[in-house]
Design a protein around this ligand. Structure first.
Ligand SMILES: [Fe+2]
Length: 456
């Protein structure tokens, strides 16, 4: 329960029963003052009449349905954008933002935008509202980076750096206007600080330079047949993840994303043995990056045995590998395959359940290729017995390429998270037993040939 503050909330929904249910949930679990509206236009009227002197809005959160009888929830969000209001907007709908033309064309990461699917599960709804109400880092002001990312990519730029000391307390530890102690970051790392906050506008400027450098480097290597090693490919995935999180997919040029994908595919040629590749990942690199690369490699490797092996399909699975966990920052959350065995608190569980949808929502749906990639990303945790998330799809509800991707993404997680030396054949056998159903069958049969015979 979040305390010490009364939250002002506006609920816009044309269904009175939904409004009443939401009010009863909110009043039971939070300190709230609630106003209601039965349409987007009435919601906008309420927002206008609750505007304060500094033109900011008194509502902390607006919970808004999409499809209302007389108008659409997008009108409310548009009003917030047009009037530069920072109120948190929660789309509360059976449609995901990815399915709605208005929302999918907007870089939602740049706004205080959240999504809660309808119909709601009570525990999930409460934990989501708790996360939304307590999220104090304004998405528009700071970018959060790990100490390793700071040292690898950001330390070379002139940029203001902050740390967070309390819910609403931020301290600037590097001010570009002043000359700073060169070791200030190291001192904080020594004190146990692992996350730093950067000024978002300054970070965006730095990222433009980063993009240029990465693009020039990859172009040079790809054109001159300069060697793309596994290490270069892994580093480029890591860098593109950081860049996409800050700039949003829509602002990063497609050609850069293409080059990262091409560099991955080219580096697959240098893989001699799968077990060596796994050892390399275990000794260096974070999970999300290693898992991206390994999934892409496994998909391409297995696909070679299929009649539908072609460049487009390899690119599709490689792109999906790159994007599958893009909405997660924490390696530990990305490692979860079986929700029934995970002991995280509800709000973190919620992040895990929603990450396929959030990652898919980050992809521009401006081409057929991208739409297919977004679908693979959305379904990458679905499992043959229907125990997957977020949609609990069964074994026959996914297509062949999706089946291949899901099995390889799962295989990659197991080999990267198994502590002891991998016995790849035992892992492959277990996985095979689980996946021999529906659309997954064909993939399983090839998987047996490749990994249970002597090809590992
Ligand atoms: Fe995932």
């Amino acid at each position: 329960m979040i305390q010490n503050k009364i939250f002002n909330i506006l609920i816009a929904d044309d269904d009175e029963n939904v409004r009443e249910a939401m009010i009863s949930v909110l009043e039971s679990f939070f300190d709230v003052q609630i106003q209601e509206a039965s349409s987007a236009s009435l919601a906008i009227e309420k927002i206008k009449s609750n505007q304060s002197n500094d033109s900011q809005n008194k509502f902390d959160v607006i919970l808004c349905d999409y499809d209302m009888k007389t108008d659409k929830g997008e009108e409310v969000f548009k009003y917030l954008i047009d009037n530069n209001l920072k109120t948190k907007f929660v789309l509360f709908s059976s449609y995901s933002p990815n399915e709605l033309t208005f929302f999918k064309n907007i870089d939602l990461d740049s706004y205080n935008f959240f999504y809660i699917p309808k119909p709601f599960d009570l525990d999930l709804l409460i934990s989501k509202l708790e996360t939304i109400l307590s999220s104090s880092i304004s998405k528009s002001k700071y970018v959060q980076v790990s100490k390793d990312d700071f040292n690898n990519y950001w330390s070379q730029y002139s940029i203001d750096v902050y740390i967070q000391l309390g819910v609403d307390k931020f301290v600037k530890i590097i001010d570009t206007k002043n000359i700073e102690d060169a070791d200030v970051i190291k001192k904080y790392i020594d004190k146990g600080i692992n996350l730093f906050l950067l000024d978002r506008d300054q970070a965006k400027e730095c990222v433009k330079t980063m993009i240029n450098t990465l693009e020039i480097d990859l172009t040079k290597r790809l054109k001159s047949n300069g060697e793309i090693t596994k290490e270069v490919a892994i580093d480029s995935i890591h860098q593109i993840h950081s860049i996409l999180k800050i700039m949003g997919v829509s602002e990063v040029s497609l050609s850069l994303i293409d080059k990262v994908i091409d560099s991955n595919i080219k580096s697959f040629e240098n893989v001699k043995e799968l077990s060596q590749l796994i050892e390399l990942f275990k000794s260096k690199g974070d999970f999300i990056t290693s898992h991206s690369y390994l999934t892409a490699y496994l998909c391409s490797h297995l696909m070679k045995s299929f009649s539908w092996y072609n460049e487009n399909n390899v690119k599709k699975t490689t792109a999906a590998s790159l994007f599958q966990n893009l909405s997660l920052d924490d390696d530990e959350l990305a490692k979860v395959e079986d929700l029934s065995k995970c002991n995280f608190e509800m709000s973190l569980k919620d992040q895990i359940i929603e990450h396929p949808r959030r990652s898919a929502d980050m992809i521009d749906l401006n081409s057929q290729f991208n739409k297919e990639v977004a679908d693979i990303v959305l379904n990458h945790h679905e499992r043959p017995d229907g125990s997957g998330f977020p949609r609990s799809l069964g074994a026959s509800q996914v297509n062949s390429i999706q089946a291949l991707f899901n099995m390889m993404s799962h295989f990659a997680t197991i080999v990267l998270t198994t502590e002891e030396d991998n016995n790849l054949k035992i892992i492959a056998q277990d996985l095979n037993n689980e996946y021999m159903a529906g659309s997954y069958k064909e993939v399983c049969q090839l998987f047996i040939k490749k990994y249970l015979n002597d090809e590992i």
